[in-house]
Design a protein around this ligand. Sequence first.
Ligand SMILES: Cc1cc2nc3c(=O)[nH]c(=O)nc-3n(C[C@H](O)[C@H](O)[C@H](O)COP(=O)(O)OP(=O)(O)OC[C@H]3O[C@@H](n4cnc5c(N)ncnc54)[C@H](O)[C@@H]3O)c2cc1C
Length: 396
Amino acid sequence: MAPKVLVLGGGIGGVEAAFALCHKCFDVELISDRDYLYIYPISIWIPTHEYEWEDVILPLEKVAEVNGFKLTIGKVEKISTKEKKVYLADGTVKEYDYLVIALGGTKVRHKGSENFLSICGKPEESLELRKRIDELIERGGGVIAAGFGGNPKDPTGVRGGPAFEFIFNLDCYFKKKGIRDKFQLHFFAPMPKPGIRLGEKNAERAYKMLDKLGVKRHFGRKIVEFKPDGILFEGDYFLKSDLTMFIPATDGHLVFRNSDLPLNEAGFVKIESSCAVPGTDETVWAIGDSAAFEGPKWKAKQGHIAEVMARIVARNLKNKIDGNPERESYIHHLHILCLMDMGPCWMSGALVFRDDKRSIMLPLPFIGHSLKKLWGWYYKSSKLKRVPRIPGFDAP
Ligand SMILES: Cc1cc2nc3c(=O)[nH]c(=O)nc-3n(C[C@H](O)[C@H](O)[C@H](O)COP(=O)(O)OP(=O)(O)OC[C@H]3O[C@@H](n4cnc5c(N)ncnc54)[C@H](O)[C@@H]3O)c2cc1C
């Protein structure tokens, strides 16, 4: 009988792991608290009406059916690696031979978090953002602030790209409607050089773009509290805003604190370079946003890295079963790759790349936006096996 692998989490990493493990003939069951995969990279277009909810989700039942894994909808509450059991909120207990943890993370807490909406939070928040933007348009305009925060305990959880994408898309949306002059757009972050992980030159290019579009920058000010009418920064600096979109940095998932897993300071699951969780004799593996990354200083949690890790786990696990001592490392696959979307205007996107040697931002006027859309179509179609997979064409 094929060994049973339990995959926790139906996001980008979990679904890829389930797919790759099925391919290696394991008996795979995926557990997710949502019955759909939310494709975060293309959800940036919901607030500007470019995409509907249905465009950015993949029903997991369909994905499971075409790829041959079992799906259970349930909320994981606790993992016991000693017992080799996973406890669900409805009282169900799942046993496994091998476990792949891909539950993503939680968000760093901020005072007044009820006063902002996040494009990276609960999927429904993107619809709420859209509603609030529509209301401001109806009111004849307003002030919108977008920003992102840090995680001093683990900077890999900082997610700034979608905040830039959000404000670029808004600018373009308002311009197309002929109402850009009715809105003041602001961009804020507590670090003096937000986005520096992309490389100094790339970050400077992004700031120049903000300046060019008339988006006012507020950098290097520590956030004290989010208020209903704006953001209070250190030094009594108050930024008035009718709508605040904020991306708190990612922190370790709360389930991990309730489990017997080795965690780093931020609560991410410690892993070896093979993605195996230390001390579990390679029975437990962790990938994507759930894992504590080692490697270069600029490393970042990204969807395409979650997918690479998922495939590495499938190969390493197969080697373990076959008695082959070879293990592949995720560390030399680490790089930053993102198709930064700027909306359907003339300067519609840029390809951003960062590794140890290079930091490149390649402008993609007119085609960048369509390329990201094409990736979204490919992602959905390939997961449903409607088109063949293109090796290396991972998350944008
Ligand atoms: C707006 C946005 C834009 C982005 N753009 C890009 C981009 O352009 N390129 C790129 O490479 N990356 C991008 N990213 C990052 C990328 O989306 C993440 O790195 C990736 O989703 C991580 O995958 P994951 O599977 O580790 O976690 P997730 O995608 O967060 O998946 C975790 C899954 O676990 C499930 N889950 C959580 N808790 C439980 C529980 N207790 N029980 C059961 N199930 C649970 C969740 O429902 C979810 O399905 C973006 C992220 C955001 C938010």
